[in-house]
Design a protein around this ligand. Structure first.
Ligand code: CA
Length: 418
């Protein structure tokens, strides 16, 4: 697969995140105007809502893009997804006969504000990265018992809060919570002192399902992917999580990148999961390459200071694919809906600079990081900006996601007196 050329000149740069090969879906506004659905192409956004209203895009008798989220398209399923991508590719390709109709529908990206690209139906988060589970398990239970006994058989997860999912750029308020370290006799209610990131990918369910689906069906149902930062209060988590798992530690916020990168754009980057350490039961077995080769990185910038890259890894380090996670999620009969968001779990690679959380990078605070500014960090301090980036590299082109960024604000002086 090579670069597909567009008449939008900025889209033809090998390092630009939004070439014609990508065509990611977002929601934008200009100067507080009505929010519209849009497609990123180079430095521009094609206003899909207006394109449909003017008949330039016409997929259905009923409008699909008159609401400021992509769910109406997502629920249509793969045939309509492909029809839209084909139409957009035709309209924006070099030599398009409809360039004159499309040019007035382009808006410069730097004049827009980006919003949540879809309405999150429900949010589930997994714990399916092998190196992350090994690292965290080693810190808490020692290397012999690092992996829970179920870990190599099912992608374990918990039901999170759709209400807490926010788009990149949203400030994150440091949470208060009940904390108790092992050396304290009683818990105390305080602002979290061990506030952290989790570098993840989010898979978005397009086609709904009722009852169990296969891994192949699950892959077919996935609409696209975003970068996802599952903000995590480690000290709240350590006290609350037994025996039902994370609750308030993960409920402050989860940030996602503003553009949905479709499965179609990622098709050339499919790759296999790592070798199975024990065979999976038949219903979860791999049936094709369902992970993706996507380079990921995390930067941290103290307030008013330049950023330091603190981690680099790749989505292919996951042990379970999103398709396996979605198939597992459905085994009980759990209905899955358009707009369900599945967090992959923290993505860490085998070496120290590849760890996708500060908990791992600073080894529980025992080995603080030194930033390029000379400052050290074990966990996030007030004013720090954390940014996730992702890019799949093709021959002469890049599939980017747009940054997933957030700045941590100081905790309120008292959460009950604001
Ligand atoms: Ca997580």
């Amino acid at each position: 697969m090579t670069l597909s050329k567009s008449w939008v000149a900025s889209a033809n740069d090998a390092n630009h995140p939004f070439p014609l090969n990508n065509l990611p879906y977002g929601v934008f506004s200009v100067d507080g105007s009505e929010q519209h659905c849009g497609v990123a192409i180079g430095d521009m956004i094609l206003d899909v809502t207006t394109a449909e209203a003017e008949g330039v895009i016409n997929l259905d008798d009923e409008p699909l893009f008159d609401l400021p989220f992509w769910n109406p398209l997502m629920e249509q399923g793969p045939a309509v997804w492909a029809a839209l991508r084909a139409r957009l590719t035709y309209l924006l390709a070099e030599g398009s006969e409809e360039q004159d109709k499309v040019e007035p529908l382009l808006v410069p990206q730097n004049a827009t504000e980006l919003h949540m690209p879809f309405a999150v139906s429900e949010y589930t988060d997994f714990y399916a990265g092998r190196h992350h589970a090994q690292n965290v398990g080693t810190m808490f239970r020692g290397p012999e018992n690092a992996l829970p006994p179920n870990w190599l058989h099912i992608p374990i997860g918990y039901n999170g809060r759709a209400s807490s999912v926010v788009v990149s750029g949203t400030d994150i308020r440091r949470p208060w919570g009940q904390l108790k370290s092992p050396d304290q006799e009683k818990p105390a209610f305080l602002p979290s002192r061990r506030f952290d990131i989790e570098l993840e990918m989010g898979a978005i369910v397009g086609t709904p399902s009722e009852g169990p689906i296969t891994v192949q069906e699950a892959d077919d149902h996935i609409f696209g992917y975003v970068l996802l930062n599952d903000w995590s209060a480690r000290d709240i988590q350590a006290w609350e999580y037994q025996p039902l798992g994370p609750f308030q530690a993960k409920a402050t916020a989860t940030s996602i990148s503003p553009w949905i990168v479709t499965k179609a754009a990622l098709e050339p980057f499919r790759c296999d999961t790592p070798a199975r350490e024990v065979p999976l039961l038949d219903h979860l077995k791999d049936c094709g390459p369902m992970l993706y080769d996507i380079d990921l990185s995390v930067t941290m910038a103290p307030e008013g200071k330049p950023a330091t890259t603190i981690a680099r890894t790749n989505y292919k380090e996951m042990y379970y694919s999103a398709a396996q996670q979605l198939a597992h999620h459905s085994t009980s009969g759990c209905p899955m809906n358009t707009g369900d968001l599945l967090g992959s779990g923290t993505i860490s690679g085998p070496t120290k600079p590849e760890r996708g959380s500060l908990l791992e990078l600073s080894w529980g605070g025992k080995e603080p990081l030194t930033l390029n500014t000379g400052e050290t960090r074990s966990f996030i301090e007030d004013g720090d900006t954390l940014t996730l980036t992702g890019a799949a590299k093709g021959k002469g082109y890049t599939i980017g996601f747009g940054d997933c960024t957030g700045t941590v604000l100081p905790a309120h002086s008292s959460p009950y007196a604001r």
